[in-house]
Design a protein around this ligand. Sequence first.
Ligand SMILES: Nc1ncnc2c1ncn2[C@@H]1O[C@H](COP(=O)(O)OP(=O)(O)OP(=O)(O)O)[C@@H](O)[C@H]1O
Ligand SMILES: [Mg+2]
Length: 349
Amino acid sequence: MTDKPLIEITDLEVTYWGRSLMGIGGKPFHAVRGANLSIRAGETLGLVGESGSGKSSIANAVLGLVTASGGSIRFGDAELTAMRTRYPPAIRSQIQAVFQDPYSSLNPSMTVEAIVTEPLHVHTSMDRAARRARAIELLKLVSLSEEHLDRHPHQFSGGQRQRIAIAAALALQPKLIVLDEPVSALDVSTQNQIINLLYERRAEFGIAYLMIAHDLALVHHISDRIAVMYLGHIVEEGPSDRVYHAPAHPYTRALLDAVPLLDPAAQRRRRAARKFAPAPDAPRLSATGCPYQNRCPHVMPRCRAEMPPAFAIAGGGTAACFLHAPDAGPAPETARLSGQPACKEPAAP
Ligand SMILES: Nc1ncnc2c1ncn2[C@@H]1O[C@H](COP(=O)(O)OP(=O)(O)OP(=O)(O)O)[C@@H](O)[C@H]1O
Ligand SMILES: [Mg+2]
């Protein structure tokens, strides 16, 4: 891995414009608000957060499927936001994607051979025989075989379809694959198989992943770093083990608490320990201050007045939370929020 990031996202904004009755104007919706992220060659960045937090909006801005309304996305020496959604072939071939739904992302009328070789057809001068030979190689990389080449997507399970999508994404040996919830639609054992497959191919080819998921526990295994999003903001970022075992932002903590515990008694105790409930009439997002203020059990007057910047966290990374301001002092909450293994049973009350 080199120190220079493969992709560097700075102050990224993604805004969607609603339609007014007359079809013009409408209100802007800020789905991504000043996101900063970077991924080095061969590195996996896990991006987590609840539904609607803006994860796919970042993914789609990287893929050129939506236009950034502000900020920058540098990929090597290229500024992707300047190209809007028209990436030249040299860039397009280096950034590939795998999406959540293997039932709708594969064209049902195409054979597996056509699906897997389509990128080769578009981006290389390989002839049909060479493409077919490469397709067989690619299927082997995802534990499928030559006999599957002439079949259609409906003849495969969800997990197998996702393997086909991964084979197509690997075809051009990209530098980056954007994985937008690639296993969310699959059962748990198939999820593990696909995660292992992605892990092995990354090690083999040195590909970088932007891996999106709801579940922090799931991305922890495969990610070098994890970033956590809440209402369009990156609220925490850092080395995977640090974020998972010692979450610094109260929202990351809440995400980890949402991972079910196997022991029902421990689950009951943890639920009881979660005393804080936001006021039912609190707005989701306030006009000023921290985006998490209305759900945060540690909210302080300062959190309502100003947006917390990203503070450095011991063990690596940052958290946008005033609990970690250098002048915050060792508040009891701060002590509780750091250094604790995630998913550990809370002490019985
Ligand atoms: N094309 C669009 N037009 C208007 N609003 C949109 C559009 N796409 C997304 N949004 C809104 O932007 C916000 C962020 O959406 P996004 O899909 O990026 O979230 P997400 O974190 O990927 O959620 P999920 O986990 O459900 O996939 C949501 O409130 C969503 O409703
Ligand atoms: Mg999404």
